[in-house]
Design a binder for this molecule. Structure first.
Ligand code: E4P
Length: 244
């Protein structure tokens, strides 16, 4: 299981990297927008500096910010040239037109993380187009099946048999995608994102995600347990008594 840090916050990234468990970082435009307003290039540069300080050579995904294919191509090539970070993957959202862009970028040797995938077919088509990573949004997949979340769009997808109820069970989506990638010997890796808690992290890996990218706020939940606190306190108390 590979754990990535899903954040653009420099403090959170540093706190994660110095503990050694993370093998990558994923950012997206909304995560960057949460940070104090600064130059995009300078902020990514600071993230790369932290990587080089604590865990040189780990993965870093940086997302384009356009729907125009020509612009996406230009941004992707600019990121690779400008940041010159060999383990960088460029995040490109999944879509019909984007598949051609993903193919072009992959053919040019650029590692693509196809993001915002919500279904098995999206992920498999992106992988077949050459994406090295396909990012399935676990939390949003589940949200899409809830009554309040875009019911008309969901009903329309059901009506034309584009989706069915399985498509809103993130465990089934990740498990099925992994099954197809393995059966068809497609080398792309699944990144499960859109985590909503430590249980999602565990379940995403058990479903077959190669990588789970986790918001730093969930790391404490992943590493702590009330019974651990209890037993450690007991050990220390017992030993103190013995020493005294
Ligand atoms: C990861 O790469 C995704 O951008 C991220 O996990 C999305 O999370 P969200 O669905 O909470 O925005």
């Amino acid at each position: 299981m590979k754990i990535f840090i899903d954040s653009a916050n420099l403090t959170d990234i540093e706190e994660g990297l110095k503990r050694g468990f993370a093998q990558g970082i994923t950012t997206n435009p909304s995560l960057l927008a949460k940070e104090p307003k600064s130059s995009f290039e300078a902020h990514i540069g600071k993230i790369i500096e932290l990587i080089k300080k604590y865990q040189p050579g780990i993965h870093l995904s940086v997302e384009v910010f356009s729907r125009d294919q020509k612009t996406i191509l230009e941004q992707a090539q600019k990121f690779i040239k400008q940041f010159a970070y060999p383990q960088m993957s460029v995040k490109v959202q999944v879509g019909w037109d984007e598949l051609e862009t993903i193919k072009k970028l992959s053919a040019a040797g650029i590692s693509v993380n196809c993001t915002a995938c919500m279904s098995v077919t999206q992920a498999v088509m992106a992988a077949r187009a050459g994406a090295k990573y396909v990012s399935l949004f676990w939390g949003r997949i589940r949200d899409g099946g809830l009554d309040f979340d875009m019911p008309r769009a969901r009903d329309a997808a059901f009506a034309k048999k584009a989706l069915d109820k399985n498509d809103f069970d993130p465990f089934w989506v990740v498990k099925s995608t992994r099954q197809i990638l393995d059966q068809d010997k497609i080398p792309s890796e699944i990144i499960a994102g859109s985590m909503r808690g430590a249980v999602d992290v565990r379940d995403a890996r058990l479903a077959g995600a190669h990588i789970v990218t986790v918001p730093p706020k969930f790391f404490p939940d992943m590493i702590s347990h009330f019974k651990t606190d209890q037993v450690v306190n007991q050990f220390l108390t017992d030993f103190e008594k013995w020493l005294s």
